[in-house]
Structures are given as structure tokens and as C-alpha cells.
Write a new protein. Sequence first.
Length: 131
Amino acid sequence: MKRAEADRVELMRQVFVPREAWVLSGSTVGWGEEVVDQCDAIVFLTLDPDERLRRLQAREVHRRDGQTFDEESWSAFVEWARGYDDPSFNGRSRVAHEKWLADRRQPVLRLDSAAAPEALLNQVLQWEPGR
């Protein structure tokens, strides 16, 4: 079950913010700015739309562990996910994320997540925000 936005923010403020180092993964556009304001930097991962959808489907198949898909629900979900890369899509989208990033004060490292995880990790670790 999805937590209420205020509960998510409060939990993150209690668990993450007091720590010396932490990573917040995922989109907080429209609800998590209070916590993101505590971040020193932002890493923004992008991916080719076809590969993104392929990975999304593979992740869902793994997550459901052999359970059958309701085809109608699955089709609606894939259509919604496809909207991310459509500039006219009114929802969680690349355009919305770019606008959100433009309003952030933190430095942003942009990476193509087609790279191997080890390469992405090395790029993040070698990055010197603000330089």
C-alpha cells in the first residue's frame, strides 16, 4: 500500500536526513521537495525509451514471480509508462522531470543508464559536484 505523501516525507526526514550520507532513489516530483532540499547533489539517469520499457517489463515479470498478468491492466500500465517520453503526456514524464531539475539548486550529474552498473557507480564516485 502506498503511504500518504506527508507520511513519506516525515519518514524520510526521520530515517535519512539525520545521517551523514544517504541516497534517495526515485522521483519525488510534486511531493518530496522538503527532503530533496537536504540533498547535496542529484544524479539523473536516462535511458533509451525502448530499453526502458524492456527493462520495466522484465522487472515486472520478475516481481510477479510467475503470476499471470491481467492483460487489460498490463496494457494500460505499459501505455502509461510509454507516456514518460511523450512531450505532450500530462503526468510523470521526462518533460516534468526536466522542469523540476531546472528549479533545483543542487548540481546535477546526468548519466545514461545503458552503461554497466559498475561504470555508473564509478562515474558517481568520481564526480565532484560544484567543480
